[in-house]
Design a protein around this ligand. Structure first.
Ligand code: SF4
Length: 422
């Protein structure tokens, strides 16, 4: 029997997919090379955008047509809002909560069986890592923040910190097997441990992981500005494997909009954090997430985000136009910024970003940087630097994938660097 996993959305879902694969292989399923070849299809759903939900509905219609001609089992998990769940239960053979993954074999045997909640066992499943040199290690799940536009606290529940002994054990095994990049993963990693007074803090966890080996890079995503402590900022110096890169979502530069988003900080606090980080590591690359056109966002409020972009001078930003997710607090507000205006605001920010990113990238010209090579395509080797810059190197095919490679940068644009073997 063959399986196919279709994972939508963020790295959390991709990490879930790795654990789903191991679970299915434990009951003798093998990976299908294509979706068509699969006897079992598992969808790891994302609730962040309605478009993802619409795509799943489109796919399941085709799969259910296929089921009239040949046997096929369809399963849905991941981030599923209650109201979507009801509709999905009618069209999928099985819908289950990812935290109950350890019970998937039993649920496949009896699709009417009710699963017991058991997040502890979810983390004990050894994933089938998709890469042989980069790994995402989940350290927690859920979120307590209830940002008004976000469905995560509803679909993933409250924060649960995985025991640090388990995290260290997973990291140790990865490093022993030659992994070169470890990313600690969670919806809000810097609140790690807050749900359990006996657990260590996130900065302590970073240090412990850092001290496991000498030859690897350490990253983490995603952080919340309200939980970014001085102790954690100091780790950029104290933890030598931590790369020169910080992704810190701002979402909006307007304090009024931040309040409506329920983000629990003001822009001035965020700006101070960036100043502190840059005081420790002047060359650190900084990226962010932004939502434009949040309900009621006036032009004046948007101009505060413009000011933030001009002041902070990001290396990268993931800018999205607001779209409501039903079930969230923001979905009750009128989505009143017209689509063309959202598009315009996105473009204004992208134009500023293109200038600041280019300026940052030009600093690397004629310098030597180390990349972790991750693929070779049409005579070009690609990889990311510690500061998460995409680097392309023209070279003969060599056994370099999964290795640290020194590159001399010869050209730079806003979105990537080009170089030659150093
Ligand atoms: S911090 Fe906010 S945006 Fe991030 S997962 Fe939690 S509720 Fe969603």
């Amino acid at each position: 029997m063959k399986y196919h996993i279709w994972s939508l959305g963020c790295q959390m879902n991709m990490s879930d997919a790795e654990r789903i694969a191991t679970t299915l292989e434990s009951i003798n399923y093998t990976p299908a090379s294509t979706e068509k070849e699969a006897d079992l299809i598992v969808v790891v759903s994302c609730s962040v955008r309605q478009s993802a939900i619409d795509r799943i509905h489109g796919k399941i219609r085709n799969w259910n047509l296929r089921k009239t001609k040949e046997p096929l089992v369809t399963v849905l998990t991941g981030c599923v809002l209650d109201e979507d769940r009801l509709a999905f239960k009618k069209v999928f053979d099985l819908v289950f909560d990812i935290e109950n993954l350890a019970q998937l074999p039993a649920m496949l045997a009896d699709k009417t069986a009710e699963a017991e909640k058991e997040i502890e066992n979810y983390f004990k499943i050894i994933p089938r890592y998709t890469s042989a040199f980069q790994a995402f290690v989940p350290i927690m799940t859920g979120c307590n923040n209830f940002c008004s536009y976000c469905a995560v606290p509803y679909v993933r529940g409250r924060e649960y910190s995985r025991p640090h002994t388990e995290i260290i054990a997973e990291v140790r095994t990865l490093l022993k097997n030659g992994y070169k990049e470890i990313t600690l993963l969670g919806q809000n990693v810097n609140s790690y441990g807050n749900d359990n007074p006996k657990e260590i803090t996130f900065p302590e966890l970073v240090q412990l992981v850092n001290d496991e080996s000498d030859d690897f890079w350490l990253r983490y995503i995603t952080s919340h500005p309200k939980d970014m402590s001085d102790e954690l900022i100091k780790k950029f110096i104290q933890a030598s494997k931590l790369t020169d890169y910080l992704h810190l979502p701002l979402q909006s530069g307007s304090n009024e909009i931040l309040k409506k988003m329920n983000r629990h900080y003001i822009y001035e606090h965020y700006k101070k954090l960036i100043e502190k980080v840059r005081a420790e590591k002047p060359d650190i690359a900084i990226s962010t997430d932004i939502i434009v056109g949040f309900p009621g966002e006036t032009n004046e409020q948007f101009m505060h985000t413009v000011r933030a972009f001009e002041e902070i001078k990001y290396d990268m930003a993931y800018i999205s136009q607001y779209s409501p997710r039903s079930g969230t607090a923001a979905a009750k507000l009128e989505d009143d910024v017209p689509k063309p205006e959202k598009k315009h605001r996105e473009k204004v920010l992208t134009d500023i970003l293109a200038k600041t990113a280019l300026k940052h990238n030009k600093k690397y010209l004629d310098k030597e940087v180390t990349i972790l090579a991750d693929r070779y395509q049409k005579g070009v080797l690609f990889g990311r630097s510690g500061s998460f810059k995409l680097v392309a190197v023209k070279t003969e095919p060599r056994d370099l994938i999964g290795k640290f490679v020194k590159v001399k940068i010869t050209d730079a644009n806003a979105w990537a660097l080009t170089g030659e073997m150093a």
